[in-house]
Design a protein around this ligand. Structure first.
Ligand code: HEC
Length: 149
């Protein structure tokens, strides 16, 4: 059977409608309105104080604070949260910056939310954060960067 040009076009559209990176975990679905809404509440109550109400991070977030620790980075497209696969973001949010994602004894102001938030709330807040990554450049780079474990 020969496919018409229109059919091929529709298939291509379906394939790139929701660009999924290899690092995307279905438990954090940026396209689920219900999960994103839940995540927005979790974010406002638990993350915004450091990472910014608009996910903009702390000022001068690339520069160490006087106490030697790093400020909170943005979670929007200007930061580097999107460089990491979902399972890494989940582990950092749940356990804080501990091995294997930080050196042993690493000192950080990023709290561990395992005792405070359920796994569902953590996946929801990640879905909310991910819903801010929409530009084709960022989505393509994320797909490339999360290709390997
Ligand atoms: C008390 C301040 C504070 C709060 C509240 C906070 N964070 Fe953080 N977070 C930080 C800091 C500071 C860093 C950078 C740590 C470092 O590099 O040492 C960070 C880093 C991260 C990272 C790693 C980002 C990357 O690109 O490597 C993730 C993911 C993260 N935070 C998620 C969250 C989420 C989700 C919440 C809310 C549930 C939250 N944080 C609440 C301070 C905070």
């Amino acid at each position: 059977m020969r496919l018409s040009g229109a059919a091929l076009f529709m298939m291509a559209l379906a394939a790139c409608g929701k660009p999924a990176a290899p690092g995307d975990d279905p438990r954090a679905d940026a396209h689920s309105a219900a999960q994103v809404t839940r995540g927005a509440k979790v974010y406002a109550a638990n993350c915004a104080s450091c990472h910014g109400a608009k996910l903009e991070g702390q000022p001068d977030w690339r520069k160490r604070l006087p106490n030697g620790r790093m400020p909170a980075p943005p979670h929007d497209e200007s930061g580097h949260t999107w460089h990491h696969p979902d399972r890494v973001l989940f582990a950092i949010t749940k356990n804080g910056l501990v091995p294997p994602y930080a050196p042993k004894e690493y000192e950080s102001d990023m709290p561990a939310f395992g005792g405070r938030l359920s796994d569902e709330d953590i996946w929801a807040v990640l879905a909310y954060i991910k819903s801010h990554w929409t530009s084709p450049e960022v989505l393509a780079a994320r797909a490339e960067m999360t290709r390997r474990p």
